[in-house]
Design a binder for this molecule. Structure first.
Ligand SMILES: Nc1ncnc2c1ncn2[C@@H]1O[C@H](COP(=O)(O)OP(=O)(O)OP(=O)(O)O)[C@@H](O)[C@H]1O
Length: 259
């Protein structure tokens, strides 16, 4: 079920380096929010604070609050592993488990989360998630073959099926199309559009057209100078950000004047 994210006063560090500073925003449920901004402004870092992946990096540290439908994800006693199951992630490079079959790639997360399912039940889950990722028809006759044998675009859809199989509330996508050709990119964009009725989706992208095509809301991040922390400049409806943003820097970035 799609859930809302409320972030307040979030600052993230790599050791002594402050990468992003004092970010507050709401991420709407059942919608796609795009993060845009020049390289190094902290989009990926911020994304990774939303499911407690940032702290996996040595020296990674976070201040501030992230609430998922009012549950404090950084609260005492919260298990980061269960946060990462509830808020799934899809990465820039498709990363299926290379030696595992297509079937097992989708089943892996379910098994890790205390499988104990009958074979027929698991078959149904695998099929449902591969269908949900628009991949079923392409792989149904080779489910036992390794996931690494698929094309890049198919592998990325497999990773999306793997992410949805554990029934997360939120899907975070860090430049999910940057390693893909234009046809595979459109396939993933179509898929994102279908998935948003069930999940809250956040996507980092360098591609302005992609942000305009797939997202309902867009957040623009920027940094004052190299070495300074990245900040959220504004977040608004995508249509507004691309037609009439409130801040001049947003307009300059979108129109290609910098970045
Ligand atoms: N593993 C790391 N260790 C130390 N510093 C890091 C690490 N990853 C990122 N940074 C620094 O944090 C800041 C934000 O980086 P981040 O990758 O989040 O930006 P980004 O906006 O996603 O960039 P890009 O668009 O180029 O992917 C940068 O100054 C970067 O050098």
């Amino acid at each position: 079920m799609a859930k809302r994210i409320d972030v307040s006063g979030l600052t993230a560090y790599y050791g002594a380096h402050k990468a992003i500073e004092d970010i507050s925003m709401h991420v709407e449920p059942g919608a796609v929010t795009a993060f845009i901004g020049p390289s190094g402004c902290g989009k990926s870092t911020f994304l990774r604070t939303l499911n407690r992946m940032h702290e996996v990096t040595p020296g990674g540290r976070v201040e501030g609050k992230v609430l998922l439908d009012n549950e404090d994800l950084y609260g005492p006693g919260v298990d980061p592993v269960s946060v990462r199951r509830t808020i799934g992630m899809v990465f820039q490079r498709p990363n299926p488990f290379p030696t595992m079959s297509i079937y097992d790639n989708v089943a892996a997360g379910i098994r890790l989360n205390g499988g104990g399912r009958r074979k027929s039940e698991m078959d149904d889950l695998v099929e449902r998630n591969l269908r949900g990722a628009n991949l079923w028809n392409e792989v149904k006759d080779r489910l036992a073959r390794p996931g690494s044998g698929l094309s890049g675009g198919q592998q990325q859809r497999l990773c999306i099926a793997r992410a949805t199989a554990v029934a997360p509330d939120v899907l975070l996508m860090d430049e999910p199309c940057s390693a893909l050709d234009p046809v595979s990119t459109l396939a993933i964009e179509d898929l994102i559009d279908q998935l948003k009725s069930e999940y809250t989706i956040v996507i980092v992208t360098h591609n302005m057209q992609q942000a305009a095509r797939v997202s309902d809301r867009t957040a623009f991040f920027n940094l004052a100078a190299i070495g300074q922390p990245g900040k959220l400049i504004e977040i608004d409806d995508t249509e507004r950000i691309f037609s009439n943003p409130s801040v001049q820097a947003t307009e300059d970035y979108i129109s290609g004047r910098f970045g």
